[in-house]
Design a protein around this ligand. Structure first.
Ligand code: ADP
Ligand code: NI
Length: 228
């Protein structure tokens, strides 16, 4: 493993040692692995992809009073400390800044974004964004979502509370709806927002699994068990 990646792994593991289970080191490790897999057939800067995947949740605003700059400051300082070149640092920070689902609600598709100075790492952004979104869906996505809902003490489900579609970033952030609604407000939308061919394929299976889960959930909720 490249020396700078190795140092970053140690740094992230330490920083996230008390993180909520859906945003902990294991989430980072899965996203890192998915990003490497997606990067196999894309022409991109692998080091930028790996560093951004490793650092992308180093200080998620959700867990830091909404502070959106902290992740950039912490990541920037770390990248300087491991001797990354200015160009690499700019690209990694660009990805961390623009990859989140919330931010895409406000800024629109990432392809519309530009940086000044260094090369805009759009392919690398797309890869890391896809990897993070894949970890939000499927069986792991379901587990993470219920874990987060529990962490926030939200209801699992309430048939009276309807999902809110087309939320702005501000509405999305303060939304304390049910965990089942989060499927309609975010998780089921992700399949069609994948950027790369590899992620689209993986997403399709994970999406179908969530639909089956929801069907079963409603059956059990309504005592519609077909087995007796
Ligand atoms: P990003 O960090 O990409 O902006 P989100 O803030 O939407 O994305 O959340 C990341 C993950 O946290 C989601 O995939 C989900 O597992 C969990 N999460 C976020 N908001 C909720 C919610 N309201 N209910 C349940 N889980 C949530
Ligand atoms: Ni993430």
């Amino acid at each position: 493993m490249n020396h700078r990646i190795e140092k970053t792994v140690l740094f992230v593991k330490e920083k996230l040692k008390d993180a909520e289970a859906g945003h902990d080191w294991f989430h980072i490790e899965r996203v890192w692995n998915l990003a490497k897999k997606i990067a196999e057939i894309e022409s991109c800067n692998r080091e930028v992809v790996e560093l951004a995947a490793l650092l992308h949740d180093i200080a998620d605003p959700k867990f830091h009073d909404g502070n959106e700059e902290l992740a950039l400051t912490i990541s920037g300082e770390h990248l300087v400390s491991i001797g990354a070149e200015a160009d690499i640092i700019q690209q990694v920070l660009f990805i961390i800044k623009h990859m989140s689902f919330k931010n895409s609600l406000e800024t629109g598709p990432a392809s519309a974004l530009m940086t000044t100075g260094s090369r805009t790492p759009l392919t690398e952004l797309h890869i890391v964004q896809d990897a993070d979104r894949l970890d939000a869906i499927g069986a792991i996505g379901i587990a993470r979502t219920f874990n987060f809902g529990g962490y926030k003490n939200n209801l699992m489900y309430d048939p009276e509370i309807k999902p809110k579609l087309n939320m702005t970033k501000a509405e999305y952030k303060k939304n304390d709806g049910t965990t089942i609604n989060h499927f309609y407000e975010k998780l089921l939308l992700l399949k069609d927002r994948m950027n790369t061919v590899t992620a689209k394929k993986i997403a399709s299976r994970r999406h179908d699994f969530m639909l089956k889960f929801l069907e079963e959930f409603y059956n059990e909720w309504n005592s519609n068990d077909t087995s007796c």
